[in-house]
Write a new protein. Structure first.
Length: 385
């Protein structure tokens, strides 16, 4: 404590020996503002040990006049050390070191660099974070597990905090809450934009999209053309597709996307589907497997004729020359090889055919998918055809 007290006395003496212009070189302050800044800064330094919370308030008020003042940044770092907040002590020194040497002074810059290096070794699991928000009425909190780690009131918010997983909770009366996952990496700089909240009484949105070649005629049951976009009304959607009519349920949930796929009448759609290609592949594979069997039988017959030529009715044994034997064996092997290749292709075609027959063209059942993320949250109903 004695060492800290002597450092503070030296810094206080050094502060008042500096010209006023050097302490607020980047701030255009009037004489009255400069005097108020000096007063707040000196009061904060004098209360740094005895009443850290009072010193913090004085430094905050001084920062409203000149936030980039080098002496103020150094004092805020010392205050963070006194309150055992190594992360923020590093942060204020980094803010100081971001300024040019001419604005800070080589002596102060060297001292800040040395101290920042020491602090980096003391709390290496530290991350810089910047949070911006356009909604000044929303309550923004950083959660770690179930515990509120920080409440953010001014934006853009900048700080250095312990690395690890966090949640960004945004709340506002009359709006749906938004929770975004954050993973702060040690040594990294992270920027987050607070998402705009969705009003609790907001209507869902319906988007009608049509498959190519499909039209939605305006009828008594359906008055929704292709590419229609508008609010959702009611719990069901009735759609007329050519000569058929479908009534589909619409399920709305906060910050969720309701996706409804409308089936197309099979009788009115002559396009090839996956199942059609599956049956073609299955049939082709069966034919190739059948051809394999025929070719293998023919190859076996040729081998038997070469090995056992047979006899004539008079008891005379038939014989073949060596060249005829070699040609027969080559022809039999060719038939066998072609048969094996056809069999392999046939088996693959049958497997592909079975897969395509049982593979659906599209999931026609209605599904509910969450769409709230770090940037947006919405009610949307999409009906693609």
């Amino acid at each position: 404590m004695k060492r800290t007290s002597s450092i503070l006395q030296l810094l206080t003496l050094w502060l008042f020996l500096l010209p006023q212009a050097a302490r607020a070189s980047d701030c255009a302050l009037s004489d009255e503002q400069a005097l108020a800044f000096d007063t707040l800064l000196s009061e904060g330094i004098s209360r740094l040990e005895s009443a850290p919370e009072v010193a913090a308030q004085k430094f905050v008020e001084a920062s409203l006049l000149c936030p980039q003042d080098a002496a103020l940044l150094e004092q805020r770092s010392l205050l963070a050390v006194a309150t055992k907040n190594c992360h923020m002590a590093r942060f204020w020194l980094e803010k100081l070191l971001e300024q040019s040497e001419s604005a800070v002074g080589s002596e102060l810059q060297g001292r800040a660099l040395q101290r920042a290096t020491e602090l980096e070794g003391q709390c290496p699991n530290s991350a810089r974070i910047t949070v911006t928000s356009e909604d000044r009425q929303a309550s923004v909190k950083l959660l770690r597990g179930e515990v509120v780690s920080l409440e953010l009131h001014q934006f853009p918010f900048e700080a250095r905090i312990e690395s690890g997983p966090y949640q960004l909770l945004v709340e506002r009366e009359g709006y749906y809450d938004s929770i975004s996952e954050m993973d702060l990496v040690a040594g990294g700089r992270h920027v987050f934009v607070v998402p705009l909240l969705v009003p609790a009484d907001a209507e869902g949105e319906l988007l009608v999209r049509c498959r190519e070649g499909v039209d939605l005629p305006r009828t008594e049951a359906s008055n929704l053309p292709c590419d229609h976009r508008g609010p959702v009304s009611g719990d069901t959607l009735t759609v007329g597709v050519e000569s058929s009519t479908f009534t589909l349920p619409l399920v709305q949930e906060g910050n969720h996307l309701v996706e409804v796929r409308v089936p197309v009448p099979m009788g009115d759609d002559d396009r090839m589907r996956l199942a059609d290609w599956g049956w073609i592949s299955l049939s082709s594979g069966a034919l190739l497997i059948g051809a394999t069997v025929v070719l293998q039988i023919a190859a076996n017959d040729l081998h038997k004729q070469i090995e056992d030529p047979g006899t004539l009715g008079t008891g005379t044994t038939l014989s073949i020359t060596q060249s005829e034997s070699d040609a027969g064996v080559a022809r039999a092997n060719l038939l066998s090889g072609v048969g094996i290749a056809a069999g392999v292709v046939g088996i693959a075609a049958v497997a592909a055919g079975v897969t395509l027959v049982f593979w659906p063209d599209s999931p026609y059942a209605a599904t509910v998918v969450p769409v709230a993320d770090e940037q947006s949250a919405s009610f949307t109903v999409i009906v693609p055809f």
